[in-house]
Design a binder for this molecule. Structure first.
Ligand SMILES: [Cu+2]
Length: 90
C-alpha cells in the first residue's frame, strides 16, 4: 500500500536450467511490492542447495521454486527473511 521500494536494481539472470523430474514448490511471501523485491527474493532462494530455478511474482506474492529435492522449510524461510520479506505459512 504505497510502499516505496528502496532496493537498488540488480541484474539478476533467471536460472533457466530446468531439470527433468525436479520438484516444484510454490511459497507465499508477504511484503513484496515490485520487481526489485522479486529480484531480491529470487537471488536468495536461488542460493539454496539444490535449487535449479526460481520464479517470483510480487503481484501474486508467490515464489515458485524448482529444486532437485525437497527443500527444508527453515532454509526457505531464512532465505526469504534474508531478502527482507516473510514466508507466509500455508
Ligand atoms: Cu520492491
Amino acid at each position: 500500500m504505497g510502499v516505496f521500494c528502496r532496493r537498488v536494481p540488480r541484474d539478476t539472470p533467471t536460472n533457466e536450467d530446468h531439470l527433468e523430474g525436479a520438484m516444484i514448490t510454490t511459497y507465499t511471501i508477504s511484503g513484496m511490492s515490485c520487481g526489485h523485491c522479486e529480484g531480491a527474493v529470487r537471488d536468495e532462494l536461488a542460493r539454496l542447495d539444490g535449487v535449479t530455478a526460481v520464479e517470483v511474482s510480487a503481484p501474486e506474492g508467490t515464489a515458485r521454486v524448482e529444486s532437485a529435492a525437497s527443500l527444508p522449510l527453515a532454509a526457505v524461510r531464512d532465505a526469504i527473511g534474508e531478502a527482507g520479506y516473510e514466508l507466509v505459512d500455508a
